[in-house]
Design a binder for this molecule. Sequence first.
Ligand code: PLP
Length: 452
Amino acid sequence: MPSRTISTEAVPSSVLHASLSIEPPKIVRAEGHYLHTSTGTAIYDASNGAAVSCIGHNHPRVKRAMSQQLDAVEYCFAPHFTTPAYEKLAKFLVDSTNGHLQKVFVTGSGSEAVEATIKMARQYYVEKGEPERKRFIARDRSYHGNTFGALDVSGHKARRTIYEPLLSGSTSHVSPCYPYRDRRTGESTAAYVERLAQELEDEFQRLGPQTVCGVVFETMAGLTLGAVASVPGYLARMKEVCERHGALFILDEVFAGMGRTGTLHAWEQEGVVPDLQTVAKGLGAGYMPIGALMVGKKVVDVLDRGSKAFMHFQTYHGHPLACAAAYEVQQIIRDEGLVENCRRMGEYLGERLRARLGAHPNVGEIRGRGLAWAFELVKDRKTKEPFPVNQKVAPTIHAAGLQKFEIALLPGGGVVDGVNGDLIVLAPAYNINREEIDLVVQRTAKAIEYVL
Ligand code: PLP
């Protein structure tokens, strides 16, 4: 008798699914890199959900650590108590930054980590004696989460539009670093970076530099722009502008962090250290919902001299079970050399994708770093004209992947925005091997070629 028997009887769904009319495949078992459906299909998990399940499913070490934590303490209220699990995870994260970031606040998701970050930035300036700082600058077409504070900083119009009247409007948006569409013909990298730096400078001047709390950027633009790594020197230059005006430099690494791009923190490749940083997806690898805010010395020092408190808490922050799971995930990543594997396999994945699909007439660009890759699909490769939104190219490829080729891909881009091309994002597990990459490339290509 298998130990994980689950009923697979079809019942009418009471779940508010993404679609009210179509029920998604029912996953009854997840093992390694495969999701097993109630109808007996094994789907290769090539996007880790949304870049989450980075060590694969059903890892015995994580299950053991979680079981031990359940035996010890399943829950206590973090504003009043601490636990060894929370302390260990926080110390691991601080050490992973060589102590540049000194304190950690564990949340239940990426959006909550962004919320906590926004509040921390505001509190920092209030305690520092600069209460007029209440604005943020983020980037167009960015995504920082779906709760109101996080949506406020997000620049992705389609996700904001119907909630716009409820948003605070305290964030303005500048151009992202998006060479495929925004770099001018013949423009050097240095000139492109300077143009973006000038745009940021102009935005500071427009708002009044003394009103800005911080700049919130993704180190690598993840799901809405599609695995766009910054061009060399870009983030360092942005930080310079930000520091000149006394604002905090905030990096959202919910998507890019914890190994996904080939270093534990994506900023390690950029020559910058943020004042505040968020992480989430790869932190707990999906074993428990978890995110975290990491706080730099500059901010900690001000709070230390001031209120000596963070004016924000949640019932489930610092959850012991989530911390224990995430700590074990991080030990596995370290013990098995998975960040290094992510880098090596990422290079191989990029090569294979380009070789197999680089010449496809609707593949505008194949881009990525580490194990975060994306296709930008366009109607016309020369003009980069996107497909019309109502053609639903990315969702159709996603559906073809699931139904015909047994692969889970992540659709994005034009499907919700109509500004960029449609996106297909690949974000496989860090412990993928070459044979599996060949399989991912083959199945992805078949799904794309089936539709286009
Ligand atoms: N920030 C970034 C960069 C993300 O990619 C996401 C989710 O995709 C979030 C924040 C929100 O995280 P969550 O969905 O865990 O709330």
